[in-house]
Write a protein that binds this ligand. Structure first.
Ligand code: ADP
Length: 464
């Protein structure tokens, strides 16, 4: 019998907003744990705060985003509400080691990995170094920050154009530049450094070979506090716009089995090597020759975690909470006795319904939703909470209205269910990307698993 320490939670604060706050409240609810929400002044009428058992206002003096980044206020609320733990959701403070430390210093469990792991895996350069140590393949390039142009030019010549300049602390598809030739390198290098400093707080830039039209394949993992790590198969997130995911599905059926196995083994090896605990995702690019390369690790729950839940039947958010309480993976509560006990059943697709208007360069629309009817029925799960008739969509936060997740025994069946759900949806008052999503789902390349990361930009008929 393992030596385990279990500290059950009575009350948990969710340091987030919108759909992911509701997703976490639901998991806590099912586990019989009292939920605490926080909200900015701009979110005072938002639906998610009413879904918590208790909800407290953040500092109204801070801006709409900064309110959710205000560690001091959040810790104060957590202490006065007497919570046992904090779930960070995604975005905001979810990858901030200072927040993890602040929680721990105040005797509050952070539902996620330790701050050491977050420091090690949090930026792209150090996670690359960890990958090299674990003998996980990475994209040709460098594993350190490049300070001077001369070094950049030398590396670029070795790697061969096109190359990608990346900000080590970049995220959300930002902080990446493709450079096609030496003549452009000087200007792009200086601009990349300045931009990184402004947007991400430092000018750590590195170089990678730019892969033409790869697939983005990622592995979901779960690790407990006792060194056990399993994967929950893969997700194909190649349908992207400006390096941001639009439609995701599981499993990554179009990647050859041998490549998938390398990816799974690499993910487990790297996670074990760093002593990873809780939920995390390791992202890979797969090139035209089906070679996989690790690009980064996200030490948190991801927007697209839902499709892995649908195909494995494992509730990832509940697992996160139970792991943080101290349960081992093979406990009765989590019930993952071994890797072989996890099966992949059928196919699941997630479409992100947003207020982005494809005919207007995907600018997010705002205003009041005058009609809201969702698609539902067999094989459709909806994770949302921002959208309902009468809801006012503000310009302050991301433009996600609802995530529609289909599940079926076949991929074609899941595609049909997703399309049907999109067609059933009626959202008036704000523009949405629903017609665009239907075009993606209907496209033969999507149905056949032949989408690469450049699919959207190379397919003008999606915009019709
Ligand atoms: P972020 O942290 O901003 O999400 P990632 O490193 O995860 O950035 O990369 C996001 C996307 O950018 C990838 O899915 C892929 O489409 C593209 N990308 C990143 N690195 C490369 C590369 N070396 N070559 C080609 N595309 C890349």
């Amino acid at each position: 019998m393992k030596n385990t320490t279990i500290k059950p939670f009575k009350k948990v604060l969710v340091a987030n907003r919108g759909e992911i706050a509701i997703r976490v409240f639901r998991a806590l609810n099912e586990l019989g744990i009292t939920t605490v929400g926080i909200f900015s002044k701009e979110d005072r009428y938002a639906l998610f705060r009413t879904k918590a058992d208790e909800a407290y206002p953040l500092n109204p003096e801070k801006g709409p985003i900064d309110a959710y980044l205000d560690i001091d206020t959040i810790i104060k609320i957590a202490l006065s509400a007497n919570v046992d733990a904090i779930h960070p959701g995604y975005g905001f403070l979810s990858e901030n080691p200072d927040f993890v430390d602040a929680c721990e210093k105040n005797g509050i469990v952070f539902i996620g990995p330790s701050s050491d792991i977050m420091n090690a895996m949090g930026d792209k350069i150090s996670s690359k170094q960890m990958a090299i140590d674990a003998e996980v393949p990475i994209i040709p390039g460098v594993d350190h920050a490049i300070k001077e142009y001369d070094e950049a030019a030398k590396i670029a010549a070795q790697v061969g154009f096109p190359i990608m300049l990346k900000a080590s602390n970049g995220g959300g598809g930002r902080g990446m530049r493709i450079v096609n030739c030496m003549e452009d390198l000087g200007r792009e290098f200086e601009e990349a450094k300045n931009e990184s400093k402004k947007a991400f707080g430092d000018d750590k830039i590195f170089i990678e070979k730019y892969l033409r039209s790869p697939k983005h394949i990622e592995v979901q993992i779960l690790g407990d506090n006792y060194g056990n790590v399993v994967h929950l198969f893969d997700r194909d997130c190649s349908v992207q716009r400006r390096h941001q995911k639009v439609v995701e599905y599981a499993p990554a059926f179009s990647v050859p089995e041998q490549t998938r196995q390398i990816i799974f083994d690499s993910a487990i090896r790297l996670a074990k090597k760093v002593g990873y605990r809780n939920a995390g995702t390791l992202e890979f690019l797969v090139d035209a020759d089906n070679h996989p390369y690790f690009i980064e690790m996200n030490p948190r729950i991801q927007v697209e975690h839902t499709v892995s839940e649908m195909v494995t039947g494992i509730d990832l958010v509940q697992s996160q909470i139970l792991i943080a309480e101290g349960y081992p993976l093979d406990s009765k509560e989590i019930s993952i006795s071994s890797q072989d006990s996890i099966h992949c059943n059928g196919y699941s697709i997630q479409t992100r319904v947003t207020t982005e208007d494809p005919s207007n360069n995907f600018l997010p629309d705002t205003g009041e939703i005058t009609v809201y009817r969702s698609g539902s029925g067999n094989g459709i799960r909806l994770d949302g909470g921002n959208a309902y008739t009468g809801a006012v969509i503000s310009p302050y936060y991301d433009s996600l209205l609802v995530k529609a997740i289909s599940h079926d025994r076949t991929f074609e069946g899941a595609v049909r269910k997703s399309i049907r759900a999109m067609r059933e949806m009626r959202i008036r008052g704000v523009k949405t990307n629903i017609p665009f999503l239907i075009n993606v789902l209907n496209h033969s390349k999507f149905v056949n698993g032949q989408c690469y990361t450049t699919f959207i930009e190379e397919t003008p008929e999606l915009f019709q």
